[in-house]
Design a protein around this ligand. Structure first.
Ligand code: FAD
Ligand code: DHB
Length: 412
């Protein structure tokens, strides 16, 4: 093999998930260059079935950044959700409880498609199928990234590295031991998720607490349902035939007034493990972690993608401030700023998870306590407001002195 091909840029970004792509786009809008390095193919990134619920703040950010055109046409705006327990449904009017906020159902891989297209239209540089990605001199002011692509070796010199490579990426583990602390909690269950070619049973999401375990009815479009059911963390997908999945879902959504799910062909199924994880700080020298590379939440409440968007909003503003005025104050406070929100969302996701799932070590006392808590939310406006505010999303935080300053995302 010959010499490495040398490239240079302002910010080297690892990972073409929502975090890396949105960061790259926001930086572009502010005249900051980046090169994005992704291990998988473009097709893989654009078809991976993952999250589907966008908070109001994520929708607003995508719109302001000029990335919301298709989302505005195809996304489904939901003003409420249903909590189902004791075989009865209770609608939470998110819109009324939060003075007009809502969530938008729009698949994560559609957000990814839109952002990849925007980057390429603007001449953005994304390298898919990059192998052997490694960092060098991350503690210096000129870190480097090396990787292989199409049989050639490449080296990127940059000012900063943004580690947006998800939970199993290399960025977090490139930080020397002792420089970062990890907080972690594993849950004794997982989710079996399906995509089915059938109109959703209800036009809003249903979160169901059932003594057989949690179940969630969601959707991707008016004709495609997305459903989840709590299962064993070591579950073998092979023991879940399509008919067994439907039978279990029917039971977990049953109501006193004989509600029925619509049943149709299953297009895709998978198992998602559940954990809570936080890396603190989300920075080491010139390497900044964002999204799942820095933290994981259990999926109940749909926060993973939204937290990733909140991180890169803060990071893009911090880089902008550094490149515009040489001011490192925001970069220095990046981790602290993000972690405030991360921990509040960790609490919310843990709380939603605890309230809806059947714990293997739990007993009838625990189940009754969950039902009492859900009853409380269904009957107390204060309790319902707490859930609604967190579900539709907390404001994207900045350090206090900057919270009021405007930052045009689209006008440059
Ligand atoms: P990712 O989307 O994971 O993107 C990271 C990217 O980095 C990937 O494209 C990966 O290929 C790439 N990469 C990894 N290692 C390297 C490397 N060494 N070099 C170069 N590139 C690399 N959240 C919800 O809210 N609801 C859900 O239902 C839900 N379901 C999920 C199901 C699954 C199977 C998973 C894994 C996650 C799910 N999440 C869900 C979480 C949500 O999808 C994530 O929070 C979100 O994807 C975070 O975005 P990200 O950009 O930080 O990371
Ligand atoms: C979806 C996923 C979630 O984790 C959730 O709480 C709501 C919806 C979904 O994939 O549609």
């Amino acid at each position: 093999m010959g010499m490495a091909k040398d490239l240079s840029t302002h910010v080297g970004i690892i990972g073409a998930g929502p975090a890396g792509l949105l960061l790259s786009h926001l930086l572009h809008l502010h005249g900051i260059q980046s090169i994005l390095i992704e291990a998988q193919t473009r097709e893989h990134c654009e078809t991976r079935v993952r999250a589907g619920v966008l908070e109001q703040g994520t929708v607003d950010l995508l719109n302001e950044a000029g990335a919301g055109e298709r989302m505005r046409r195809e996304g489904l705006i939901h003003h409420g959700i249903e909590l189902r327990f004791n075989r009865r449904g209770h609608r939470l009017d998110l819109h009324q409880l939060t003075n007009g906020r809502a969530i938008t159902v729009y698949a994560q891989h559609e957000v990814v498609k839109d952002l990849v297209a925007l980057r390429f239209d603007a001449g953005g540089r994304i390298v898919f199928q990059a192998g052997q990605v490694q960092f060098h001199d991350i503690a210096s002011s000129s870190p480097r990234i090396t990787f292989q692509h199409g049989g050639e070796a490449y080296e990127i010199s940059c000012d900063f590295i943004a580690g947006c490579d998800g939970f199993h990426g290399i960025s977090r583990n490139s930080i020397p031991g002792g420089a970062v602390r990890f907080y972690e909690k594993a849950y004794p269950f997982a989710w079996l998720g399906i995509l089915a070619e059938v109109p959703p049973a209800s036009n809003e999401l249903i979160y169901s607490n059932h003594e057989r375990g949690f179940a969630l009815s969601s959707m991707r479009t008016p004709t495609i349902s997305r459903l989840y059911l709590q299962c064993d963390p070591h579950e073998d997908l092979a023991v879940w035939s399509d008919s067994r999945i439907w039978e279990e879902l029917h039971r977990r959504f049953e109501t006193v007034d004989s509600f029925r799910l619509n049943q149709g062909p299953i297009l895709q199924k998978g198992i998602t493990s559940m954990r809570s994880f936080v890396a603190d700080p989300m920075q080491y020298s010139r390497l900044f972690l964002a999204g799942d590379a820095a933290h994981i939440v259990p999926p109940t409440g749909a926060k993973g993608l939204n937290l990733a968007a909140a991180d890169v909003y803060v990071l893009a503003r911090a880089f902008d401030s550094w490149y515009r005025s040489g001011n490192s104050a925001l970069l220095d406070r990046y981790s602290e700023t993000c972690l405030r929100r991360v921990w509040r969302v960790q609490h919310f996701s843990w709380w939603m998870t605890s309230m809806f799932h059947r714990f293997p070590e739990g007993d009838e006392f625990d189940h009754r306590r969950q039902l009492a808590e859900l009853g409380n939310i269904a009957s107390s406006r204060a309790a319902a407001t707490y859930l609604a505010e967190n579900y539709t999303g907390l404001p994207f935080d900045l350090p206090e002195e900057l919270a009021q300053t405007s930052w045009p995302t689209h006008s440059l």
